[in-house]
Write a protein of this length. Structure first.
Length: 452
């Protein structure tokens, strides 16, 4: 996190004037003069200054959303959520990473546990039954709870978990006597729950590779895996909960501040509406079972009504209502002499991708001593942003811009899986196998044979 950078922005008269001019529900304010990653710094500062208010950052493309998420993670730590757009037309998202992140963000929004959400313009129009499934089926387990293992297993199956002999991936569970292994969305690691009779006596994490139990945890929360998970006959506004489809815009608080990134065009929703009709028609001709267009997307007129009801902060949308008058930094183009002159002229913060890059810059810009001493005007820090900018009294640079490299936004895989090594993992009837003596065959299962 970079609190000093946020404070520098707050000290600007333009920021104080901006705070007093924030848009109310149903109105928009366009801001300009925010090059590089300055818009992310602005949103991070607002998130701290308005801790009870949710900000929704809406971008044009998934790549832009990932860029915003990376910048805000540097500026705010782990307090920002991504709501990715689906990669398929139907209700079910085939990519577990995307499905899981969507479900986790929905849960955080429903419980009021998130202050900044990043998404795309397309994702704001996507309808899903998952909010109803999360609200109805989400449940927690604690050590000491009295509940039968069979009840928990039935709940997991109802939520879309796949029952397996052993848990090897996310969205799976396994039952062995009084022990249930489960790995669901929102879990930091796979979880092993052990019973004595009908009482839970321990909840521990375990390793997918070795299947060995690890540290004990006090509780675990189970989230639904599938939007097709059945829910009760509860009704909302006269409609069964099981058929209610909602968009992200339906779930957010009324005072949410929608931050509209550069390049976002609300007319994209109308184009998406028309393109979806074509794609669904093609899928039906192929014999696929696909939902109606109204089941997967918000109708453009309804979307406009929802969108227009929120306060909107539009980045660089003409005409600009409020100027910050920040500037892009002078290009360095790997010219270290030019960089040294820039550093000598004004206080400079250089953000590095990692410790190795920071140490390299210490050697290049230091005084040449055994322990390099940097100029008093220069600060190096780990936590690269997408692009630099110039504030009054401070120049912010990134090492990838200094050395003319593209910034690589890398996120660790959200859910782990056991390695697909030979001999690892259970066989299922119908699997092809290679027998040492008989060659290729099909596994049909096991059979108990009485002897004697």
């Amino acid at each position: 996190m970079l609190p000093g950078l946020l404070n520098t922005l707050r000290e600007l008269p333009a920021y104080r004037g901006f705070r007093g001019a924030l848009p109310g529900p149903g109105t928009a304010l366009s801001v300009g003069g925010l090059p590089g990653s300055a818009p992310a710094v602005l949103v991070a500062a607002l998130a701290e200054d308005l801790p009870q208010r949710v900000a929704l950052v809406v971008t044009e493309t998934p790549a832009d959303a990932e860029r915003w998420l990376a910048d805000l993670s540097v500026l705010r730590g782990d307090g920002t959520r991504l709501y990715p757009q689906r990669e398929a037309l139907g209700e079910e998202e085939p990519h577990l990473e995307i499905a899981g992140e969507r479900i986790e963000t929905i849960e955080a929004v429903l419980l009021g546990r998130v202050r900044v959400v990043v998404t795309t313009i397309r994702a704001t129009a996507e309808r899903t039954r998952m909010p109803a499934a999360v609200a109805e089926r989400r449940f927690g387990l604690r050590r000491g709870d009295a509940i039968r293992p069979a009840v928990v297993a039935a709940q997991l199956e109802a939520m879309g978990f796949a029952r397996r002999p052993s848990v090897l991936d996310v969205a799976q569970f396994a039952v062995r006597g009084g022990i249930i292994d489960a790995y669901g969305f929102g879990m930091a690691a796979p979880t092993r729950i052990e019973w004595w009779g009908d009482e839970i006596i321990s909840i521990r994490r375990f390793d997918l590779e070795t299947q060995r139990s690890e540290g004990e945890i006090p509780e675990v929360t189970m989230l639904p895996v599938s939007a097709h998970a059945p829910v009760s006959d509860v009704t909302v506004a006269g409609s069964p909960l099981s058929v209610i489809r909602q968009s992200l815009l339906d779930l957010l608080p009324a005072d949410t501040l929608v931050v509209v990134d550069r390049g976002v065009d609300p007319a994209e929703i109308e184009r998406l509406w028309q393109e979806t009709a074509h794609h669904l028609d093609v899928a039906r001709r192929r014999g696929e079972d696909v939902p109606g267009r109204e089941g997967v997307l918000v109708e453009p007129g309804e979307w406009t009504r929802l969108w227009s009801a929120y306060a909107r902060l539009e980045i660089e949308r003409a005409p600009v209502d409020h100027w910050f008058r920040l500037f892009p930094p002078e290009p360095v183009d790997r010219d270290l002499k030019r960089l040294a002159r820039m550093v000598a002229q004004t206080p400079t913060l250089i953000l590095c991708d990692n410790e190795g890059q920071l140490e390299r810059l210490e050697e290049l810009l230091g005084d040449g001593g055994e322990v390099p001493r940097l100029p008093a005007t220069l600060t190096l820090a780990v936590g690269a942003l997408h692009g630099g900018f110039v504030l009054p009294g401070l120049t912010v640079l990134t090492d990838h811009e200094i050395f003319s490299r593209a910034r690589r936004v890398r996120r660790a895989r959200r859910y782990r899986a056991a390695l697909a090594a030979p001999g690892v993992g259970p066989l299922s009837p119908g699997d092809y196998v290679v027998h040492l003596e008989h060659g290729i065959g099909i596994y049909r299962g096991t059979q108990t044979i009485a002897v004697g």
